[in-house]
Design a protein around this ligand. Structure first.
Ligand SMILES: [Fe+2]
Length: 352
C-alpha cells in the first residue's frame, strides 16, 4: 500500500531523473576495480576511494550517496571507524552501509551489525551478488524513508484535523448563546497565556488550549431558551445552567486518549474557597488546569458584552481579581491575570 499514490510518483520521478549513487572504500585496488566495473555497467554513479583520507574528503565535499560499501580492514583506518563517523554526522546518519570483509570472523560481523551496518559481503564477491545486495539495500531504505514520510504527513494531517474538529465543536457551543460569541476560543487563548507564564511546557499549553476550547461543551445539553433568557433566571433555570459542567464532562470523558478535556469541563466552576460547583472542591483539590480555566473564563465573562451589560471597564475587572484572589480564584493565577491586565495598557484583551 505504501508503494501507491504519492510516494510511487516520487519514486518514478527519482528513477527517471537520478542515478543510484554509491561510495566504495577499499585499500585493495583489485576489489575497487571490480566494483567500479559492476556499478558502471549497472548505470550507477560511484566514487571509488582507497583510504580514510579520501573518505574524509568525500564527506567534506558533502557528497551524498544512496549507500556506502566499506572494507572492514584497511591499513590507515577500519571500516567500523568510518561507520562510526557516518553515524555521528546528521547528513549521513541514515545512509545504509554494507561491509566488505575477507575474513570469516563472526565477531567482526556482529560488531559491524551492532554499529549499524545493513549487511556484509564476503570477498571475493560475485558481480551478480554484489549488485543484487546493494540494490536490495538501497530499495529497502527508500521504502523505509517513503513510509516514514507518509506517516509524518498523515500524523500532521490528523492532528490538524483534531484541532479543527475541536474548534468546530467549540464554535457550535458558542453559537447556541447569542451573547457569548467567540467565548470558548478567547478562554482557550487566555488559559494558554496564563499557563505559559506559570511555566507550563509546550505540550501542556496545547492541552490546556484544547481544554479551554471545550470547557463549556455541556451547554449543548441545556435548552436554548434558558441559555438566552434576558431576564432573571428562576432557581430551576439556574440549576439547569449549572448542569453544563457535569454534562460536558460526561460527553468528553468518552475521548479516553485526552482525559484532561473532561477535567476542564467538570471543574471550571469550582471556587478556590470551596463554594463552587458541581463538587464543591476546595483549593488544590481542584485540578490546577481547571483553576487556570476558571480565571480565564471569568475574565472573559467580564470583558465581553452580555444581555444585561456591556464590557466592564478595565479598572473594575482588575479590582474584581484583587477582591476575589484566594476566594473565587487561586491567588497564584489571579496574580498572573492581574499582571496581564497591567501589561494590557490600551485594553486590547476583550471582546471586539
Ligand atoms: Fe462554564
Amino acid at each position: 500500500m505504501f508503494a501507491s499514490g504519492h510516494s510511487a510518483i516520487l519514486r518514478q520521478g527519482w528513477d527517471m531523473e537520478m542515478k543510484e549513487r554509491i561510495v566504495v572504500v577499499d585499500d585493495d585496488i583489485m576489489s575497487l576495480k571490480i566494483a567500479r566495473r559492476v556499478f558502471d555497467r549497472a548505470g550507477m554513479e560511484g566514487r571509488y576511494l582507497s583510504s580514510g583520507d579520501e573518505f574524509s574528503t568525500c564527506l567534506e565535499e558533502e557528497y551524498l550517496p544512496d549507500l556506502f560499501l566499506l572494507d572492514v580492514h584497511m591499513p590507515d583506518v577500519s571500516g567500523l571507524e568510518l561507520l562510526r563517523r557516518l553515524r555521528a554526522a546528521p547528513a549521513y546518519r541514515n545512509i545504509p552501509v554494507i561491509f566488505l570483509t575477507g575474513d570469516e570472523d563472526v565477531k567482526t560481523e556482529s560488531a559491524g551489525l551492532q554499529a549499524g551496518a545493513s549487511d556484509f559481503i564476503r570477498k571475493p564477491f560475485s558481480a551478480e551478488v554484489l549488485l543484487k545486495r546493494v540494490r536490495n539495500t538501497i530499495e529497502l531504505r527508500r521504502l523505509h524513508n517513503d513510509m516514514a514520510e507518509e506517516i509524518r504527513v498523515k500524523t500532521e494531517k490528523l492532528s490538524h484535523a483534531y484541532i479543527q474538529i475541536v474548534q468546530a465543536l467549540a464554535a457550535s457551543v458558542d453559537a447556541k448563546d447569542k451573547y457569548t460569541h467567540g467565548h470558548s476560543s478567547r478562554v482557550a487563548a487566555y488559559a494558554r497565556e496564563i499557563a505559559g507564564r506559570a511555566g507550563y511546557s509546550e505540550v501542556e499549553l496545547d492541552s490546556i488550549y484544547m481544554m479551554g476550547l471545550l470547557h463549556d461543551v455541556g451547554k449543548i445539553g441545556i435548552p436554548d431558551a434558558i441559555i438566552n433568557k434576558a431576564g432573571r433566571l428562576t432557581d430551576e433555570e439556574y440549576a439547569a445552567i449549572k448542569m453544563h459542567s457535569s454534562v460536558g464532562a460526561d460527553i468528553l470523558k468518552k475521548i479516553t486518549d485526552f482525559p484532561e478535556l473532561a477535567i476542564g469541563a467538570r471543574w471550571h466552576h469550582e471556587r478556590f474557597d470551596g463554594l463552587g460547583y458541581p463538587d464543591g472542591l476546595c483549593g488544590t483539590e481542584i485540578p490546577e488546569t481547571a483553576r487556570i480555566i476558571a480565571v480565564a473564563d471569568t475574565y472573559d465573562a467580564m470583558t465581553s458584552n452580555r444581555s444585561y451589560r456591556s464590557v466592564m471597564p478595565q479598572e473594575a475587572v482588575r479590582a474584581e481579581f484583587i477582591r476575589c484572589r484566594g476566594k473565587q480564584f487561586d491567588p497564584r493565577f489571579a496574580d498572573i491575570m492581574i499582571q496581564m491586565i497591567d501589561e494590557d495598557t490600551d485594553y486590547q484583551m476583550k471582546e471586539d
